[in-house]
Write a protein that binds this ligand. Sequence first.
Ligand code: SAH
Ligand code: SF4
Length: 391
Amino acid sequence: MDAKAPITQDVMTIPRKPVEGKPNLVGLTRSQLRAALIGHGTPEKQAKMRVGQIWQWIYQWGVRDFAAMTNLSKAYRAQLAETFVIETPEVVSKQVSTDGTRKYLVRIAGGHEVEVVYIPEEGRGTLCISSQVGCTLTCSFCHTGTQKLVRNLTAGEIIGQVMMARDDLEEWPVPGAPKDETRLLSNIVLMGMGEPLYNFENVRDAMKIAMDDEGISLSRRRITLSTSGVVPEIERTANEIGCQLAVSFHATTDDIRNTLVPINKRWNIEALLDALRAYPRGRNSERITFEYVMLHGVNDSDEDAQRLIRLIEGIPAKVNLIPFNEWPGAPYKRSSNNRIRAFADIIYKAGYASPIRTPRGEDILAACGQLKSATERARKSRRQIASEAGL
Ligand code: SAH
Ligand code: SF4
């Protein structure tokens, strides 16, 4: 690809309101919800209060049935039920790993499927959600990148994944019960299928709902968005979402990064680092996570580790080393444990935390980069994958 060629997105968009059927309230911002209510007969003077009430029912209590919204009049509840639905993506299958990781396949409008992974940990739990069906970018080590069909998820489909997981974990609060501060679903990572910054508005609106105090109420410090490096949207992420940032760095020279993360041809390492240096932090502890997949013989030498340290100098950072998760047809091998440890050690001695990500849910293909709808048939051939990886 020529260095100036834009990365095309080729993403289908679908209207929020299905052609037939009632509009879904899930995923609307507060102002969109207000407009929807007024548009269907709620008097303007009452709209603010109704938004607050309905919002709390949906996002604080997890209610899906208008009839259960007992602080609204019976007639108004009936009117809402006639007009709207409260819908989250349908769970097609759920697999539970021997390590407790849960992988859900969910179906969204148009029959597309995306994967959602819940990773339980001591005293907390992380939900890895998807932002697109497939991904237009074709990182050569990523299974999702081999899926051809792509569409952006709506804000409702994104926050719907969180609501679906809370359903499955039975984590909606019961009115009157004492507040339990240990949450099973305490963190969200946008590290599933898709490039979140190629679906900026919907991801932003969904995360605003997740952070809203009168609902799911997760702190912005518990939400991490991972990007392959869509430079112009990084500043917007800080300003309009304010969540934590992770970057799929993966290489220390433009040559290698061009083959691993092709968006590097559009925004190279220098441009990416400039954007990261400008990413504001609320607190000193808020560091940028550099994700670095360990590929045997490709990006895992001591020289790579040293170059990485030089590159990130001056950026409050931690380096998350991800042992490569293999998938059928993958053109790479995972670096050995000793190599990964030696690499981690060099980074650590330079003053950066360098945790090695423990692969979770490998037995159910739920680990990073392994997500791809099983029903997605439009697969690339091994040869095509290898040639795109420059092998
Ligand atoms: N599109 C975004 C977020 C999804 S990928 C991004 O690229 O950042 C989440 C993380 O998993 C990224 O760092 C990605 O590079 C990494 N990853 C992808 N495939 C992988 C694989 N096979 N093994 C290990 N990590 C992988
Ligand atoms: Fe897309 Fe991220 Fe996979 Fe690259 S690593 S193909 S950006 S999902």
